[in-house]
Design a protein around this ligand. Structure first.
Ligand SMILES: Nc1ncnc2c1ncn2[C@@H]1O[C@H](COP(=O)(O)OP(=O)(O)OP(=O)(O)O)[C@@H](O)[C@H]1O
Ligand SMILES: [Mg+2]
Length: 405
């Protein structure tokens, strides 16, 4: 006890995690522990059977080891450090320190469990969040698909604003594909029906002309002329219709766009003046393009004619060309009524017309010809009134001269 009174205060002042570590001093002479820290454990001081400590206090050098069922930690596994205390060459005792390995392992396990639990919770939250995002995506995409089917794809605005540019692009491409599809169907019909209808028409026209010139039908001459006029009109429609045909052969040659416009200009001037309008050309230097000149003339005539028809009170039609390599632009701008927003998506649909005497083939033919040039046409309204049609050619584009059956 005397020894303990002297040594115990020293050990009590050592600060250490009490629940896993113990240290103390063992007296060989007394064969018992004489001081123990970091808290004085009287039950250990009372142990006077050295056998209970196993071979812990027998070595004559510093030893580090592991002991199962140690009395120092009430039967737990320990990791120990023991160092003999010598006095005049004789071992009088030992200083020792030991870890409760069971507690250390339990601590590690608890930390591991906490980490695992945290990870699992984070994973579950991430899955729920992703699921929520996917559900919203799915909902927005199915609303968008419905809008496309109803023909309102372009007006669709998603609540997920980041999606809008992508959806806008998809709806534009879908609209373009739908238009091409319609053109293809009509084109196939045109190819099969056009010729069959035109042949009997030509025969009937010939007979009308022949009979109408006979003296016996002199009184009906005006009726015959009217019938012939109507047949010519029908023939004109069939000509337009046939130019939608897929298998129409095109003759692409390297040509100057401005020359094509200048060549057709006198024809346009005559048309324009008749309807009290004016024509202005603003043609910048552009590189040569692979063009089917005959078809392109038709495009120019159709679009200018639409411009004239949109300006019953007269006005200016401007044709411009300019280049931004590798693209070449051809624009037609009028000062007419503009295109009502509800029909802008329908432009180019065969037989779509808002005119009493229109056939609705003019723009369909234009879109088909432009498609065969691998170019694009966009219609828009201009601020201050009027419409603009912009055709974009690409120098690199390979025109489509494939004759399909
Ligand atoms: N420059 C324009 N300004 C306003 N609306 C236009 C213009 N061009 C075309 N449109 C609209 O597009 C519709 C379709 O034009 P499209 O040329 O295909 O047929 P159309 O002119 O009605 O008949 P046609 O077969 O005789 O050309 C027109 O009926 C008109 O409503
Ligand atoms: Mg037209």
């Amino acid at each position: 006890m005397l020894l303990n009174e002297q040594l115990q205060p020293v050990l009590n002042n050592i600060f250490i995690p009490t629940y896993v570590v113990k240290f103390g001093i063992y007296s060989t002479k007394l064969q018992r522990i004489v001081a123990i820290g970091p808290e004085m454990d009287k039950s250990l001081l009372a142990l006077d059977d050295p056998g209970l400590f196993g071979n812990l206090f027998q070595a004559d050098t510093v030893t580090v080891g592991r002991q199962e069922h140690s009395v120092l930690w009430y039967g737990a596994q320990i990791l120990y450090f023991v160092r003999p205390i010598r006095c005049e060459g004789e071992i009088v005792g030992y200083i020792f320190a030991c870890d409760n390995l069971d507690k250390v392992k339990a601590d590690i396990l608890r930390t591991y469990e906490k980490t695992m639990l945290g990870s699992v919770i984070a994973l579950i939250i991430a899955i729920i969040l992703f699921q929520e995002i996917f559900i919203r995506f799915k909902r927005e995409l199915s609303l968008f698909a419905d809008a496309i089917v109803d023909g309102h794809g372009k007006k669709f605005h998603s609540k997920i604003t980041e999606l809008n540019p992508i959806l806008q692009y998809i709806s534009e491409q879908t609209e373009r594909m739908a238009r091409l599809d319609r053109l293809n169907i009509i084109g196939e019909m045109a190819a099969s029906i056009g010729h069959e209808v035109r042949n009997p028409l030509t025969t009937v026209r010939g007979f009308l002309q022949y009979i109408g010139n006979k003296q016996a039908f002199e009184t009906y001459k005006s009726h015959f002329l009217l019938m012939i006029d109507e047949l010519d009109r029908a023939n004109g429609i069939i000509t337009d219709f046939l130019s939608l045909a897929k298998n129409k052969v095109m003759d692409f040659k390297e040509s100057d766009l401005n020359t094509v416009i200048r060549e057709v200009a006198p024809l346009l001037e005559a048309d324009v003046l008749r309807y009290n309008c004016q024509l202005e050309l603003d043609l910048k230097d552009v590189p040569a393009l692979m063009l089917d000149v005959g078809s392109l003339r038709q495009v120019i005539l159709n679009i200018v004619r639409n411009g004239i028809e949109a300006m019953p009170q007269g006005g200016m039609i401007k044709i411009c060309t300019y280049s931004d390599a590798p693209r070449v632009f051809l624009t037609f701008t009028d000062e007419g009524t503009g295109i009502p927003s509800e029909i802008i998506d329908k432009l180019g649909t065969p037989f779509f017309t808002t005119k009493e005497t229109g056939t609705g083939l003019g723009l369909a033919v234009c879109y088909r010809i432009i498609q065969r040039h691998n170019a694009r046409m966009v219609a828009e309204n201009v601020p201050g009134g009027g419409a603009r049609f912009t055709i974009t050619f690409s120098q690199a584009a390979q025109p489509d001269n494939e004759v399909r059956k």
